[in-house]
Design a protein around this ligand. Structure first.
Ligand code: SF4
Length: 282
């Protein structure tokens, strides 16, 4: 049986750590492996346990699928979400971590809103209007989202809005898996900094990336999920968020008959947050 030398293992680990550094991940905890590692028993190199996708709970994100490591990010000890988000944005920089950086994006669309929001909406990625203005949900779909927020008795400035990927996919195509996997650690860090009470995943791409569940919208909607951002060390006092799934506003523009269903999802969120029922539906 082929054996792995210490130097090969060190080189492989160095490459893996460099990969995580490029994602904005700097410090790691080594967890107890579930199975024997191929590393030399006497080696001082920390063992990283490998999990197959089947072994993983569906609650773990694709980021965790890459290694059983937990991120201690630069903003970890910063309790002020404004400062934490600023650090995350600085860390993102003029990002070239995935191929979307060279497919026509005008700018990175980081996120917008109240850094202390109880409610966070997560879409899939910027479209043309968002790419032009540097803000998520500002086009027609954004107008509809604004109406949905108003109907909940809230103002856009009171909530936070972000996307799974922060650069516009060309032609508004669906972001690809590698793009989502590369960008989503920054979303996880945003969530850990904001510590919302409720996250609403807008559309299947957002829901599947946040929940790491591959299921149709009909199965994803209509219930709350317990959500904790993965791959990032969050405030131990924070017990995580409730996550609800609803239709993406762009989908509702194409099929307005589903607005009633989306409204049911939002009413579930309102009830949980104790928001006053509006006088008129979406
Ligand atoms: S989508 Fe995310 S990971 Fe990809 S280039 Fe843009 S900011 Fe970087």
């Amino acid at each position: 049986m082929a054996t792995i030398s210490n130097s090969e293992l060190r080189r492989a680990l160095a490459e893996r750590v460099r990969f995580y550094n490029e994602l904005g991940i700097y410090d790691f905890y080594a967890r107890e492996p579930r199975t024997a590692s191929t590393a030399d028993e006497g080696s001082s190199i920390p063992k990283i346990s490998a999990y197959s996708r089947e072994e993983m709970s569906p609650r773990k994100s694709s980021v965790v699928a890459k290694a059983e490591m937990q991120l201690v990010s630069p903003e970890h000890n910063i309790s002020d979400p404004v400062a934490a988000l600023r650090l995350i944005r600085e860390d993102l920089g003029d990002c070239t971590r995935c191929k979307l950086h060279q497919q026509g994006r005008k700018q990175i669309v980081f996120g917008v809103g109240n850094p202390r929001a109880d409610l966070l909406f997560v879409g899939e990625g910027p479209g043309a209007d968002e790419d032009a203005q540097g803000e998520p949900f500002v086009g027609r779909a954004g107008q509809l989202l604004n109406n949905m927020i108003k109907a909940m008795g809230l103002r856009r400035e009171e909530i936070y809005i972000a996307n799974v990927v922060k650069c516009r996919p060309p032609g508004n195509r669906t972001p690809e898996r590698d793009e989502c996997e590369t960008c989503s650690p920054f979303l996880m860090r945003q969530i850990a900094a904001i510590k919302p009470k409720v996250i609403v995943a807008l559309g299947a791409v957002s829901a599947k990336n946040l929940l790491a569940i591959n299921a149709p919208m009909s199965e994803l909607r209509g219930r709350f999920y317990d959500f904790m951002p993965t791959g990032v060390a969050s405030d131990p006092e924070w017990r995580g968020a409730k996550l609800a799934v609803t239709y993406h506003p762009a989908f509702l523009l194409r099929d307005p008959r589903q607005k009633g269903e989306a409204w049911k999802d939002l009413q579930m969120v309102m009830k949980y947050l104790g928001l006053k029922p509006p006088t008129a539906p979406v």
